[in-house]
Design a binder for this molecule. Structure first.
Ligand code: F6P
Length: 362
């Protein structure tokens, strides 16, 4: 096995499971006698001259335990020159060239990028940055909006965080005969709200993919056998004629209908929490798959899990198979997104559980 030099970056929003993935990659490199470095702050650190790097070895994880959330490599620094600012200034060409130079200076054989759909899309669209080395991506995001993979690192831990949070809320909700409107993250994708809502047996789950009728929701709550509970609201939903936070909008409507309620915003706690077992297993499997892909000479690929099978697919396939939409932050860039599909089994399960999920089309 020829000696190789591998770089690892974590890009986009953090989530739990990044450190597990990094630790498994490092261990796999050490076992193969490959050298491995981390790039600090993702592409923000790669842009620096010289690029900001971190030495990685088995010792790295002796104290910084790999089950802790966040990334020991950090995910970016808003103060840096980055994709967002460069695109806004019309300087993407110069930015990309600088990243290319960073890659060259580091003399890497392969780069592993652990990123969400934004990062994966950028890695595909601006793949010339990584020409000359093997590029292998690993999907992570609490939003689980990456096409063609059944799971992304960080999702299960985020669901667990929301479950623990709602379990606590329900105790006070019951004591005060009131409802909690809990706003989850997830951007325009309802997976996080849907999964956590089913897990806590919420009374209602509102997600961007399904139209709902606020009057029907109110009717449902009034007819409920309880006078307290959880209404899980994804941050991506909207009510015509209302602006502001979706949970506030729903809460105001409930209050106007005489339903005692409070809002709750778990916010970035969803990206934290000790990595749950299934995320550790996923991170281990993705790291293993990524290293094997490097060994067999693959490039411009990402790891996925499909029906229990771990494998790689091309970034091109990933990009083409999702819904291609304007990147919300990077002018001129596109992102490939996945959503809750109408045949998602959890929609049926939620309905069967008596959870209000909106006006589902039969
Ligand atoms: O994409 C991950 C995510 O946590 C989304 O669910 C959320 O909308 C967004 O990032 C929050 O981003 P920030 O940390 O920049 O506020």
């Amino acid at each position: 096995m020829a000696n190789k030099k591998i770089g690892i970056m974590t890009t986009g929003g953090d989530c739990s499971g990044l450190n597990t993935a990094i630790q498994r990659l490092v261990e796999g490199c050490v076992r193969r006698k490959w050298s491995v470095i981390g790039i600090k702050d993702g592409t923000d650190g790669l842009y620096e001259n010289p690029p900001m790097t971190v030495d990685l070895s088995r010792e790295t994880f002796q104290f910084a335990s790999s089950h802790l959330a966040g990334s020991i490599l950090s995910n970016g620094n808003a103060a840096s020159t980055n994709f967002v600012k460069s695109a806004a200034a019309g300087k993407m060409g110069a930015f990309n060239k600088r990243l290319q130079k960073g890659i060259k200076d580091l003399n890497l054989d392969a780069m592993v990028i652990i990123g969400g759909n934004g990062s994966l899309s950028l890695s595909h669209l601006y793949r010339e940055i990584y020409s000359g080395l093997q590029l292998v991506c690993i999907p992570k995001t609490i939003d689980m909006d990456v096409p063609l993979t059944d799971k992304t690192i960080g999702f299960d831990t985020a669901v667990q965080q929301l479950v623990s949070y709602c379990d606590q809320l329900l105790l006070t909700a019951r004591s005060h005969h009131r409802w909690f409107v809990v706003q989850t993250m997830g951007r325009e994708c309802g997976q996080l709200a849907l999964h956590s809502g089913v897990a806590v047996a919420a009374d209602a789950i509102l997600i961007p993919e399904i139209k709902f009728d606020i009057d029907n929701l109110i009717k449902y709550i009034k007819q409920s056998r309880r006078d307290y509970g959880i209404i899980m609201v994804s941050e991506g939903i909207s009510i015509r004629g209302h602006s502001g936070k979706p949970a506030d909008m729903v809460s105001r409507k409930l209050t106007a209908a005489g339903i005692a309620n409070r809002t709750a915003f778990p916010e970035h706690i969803q990206r934290a929490g000790d990595t749950v077992a299934s995320d550790r297993i996923l991170a281990s499997a993705f790291a293993d798959t990524a290293l094997k892909a490097i060994e067999s000479g693959e490039t411009n690929v990402m790891t996925v899990v499909q029906n229990g099978e771990y494998k790689t697919i091309s970034l091109d396939e990933f990009f083409k198979s999702g819904k291609q939409e304007k990147d919300p932050h990077i002018i001129g860039a596109m992102t490939s997104n996945a959503y809750v599909e109408p045949d998602n089994i959890l929609l049926q399960i939620a309905t069967d559980m008596g959870i209000y999920i909106g006006e589902k089309k039969k």
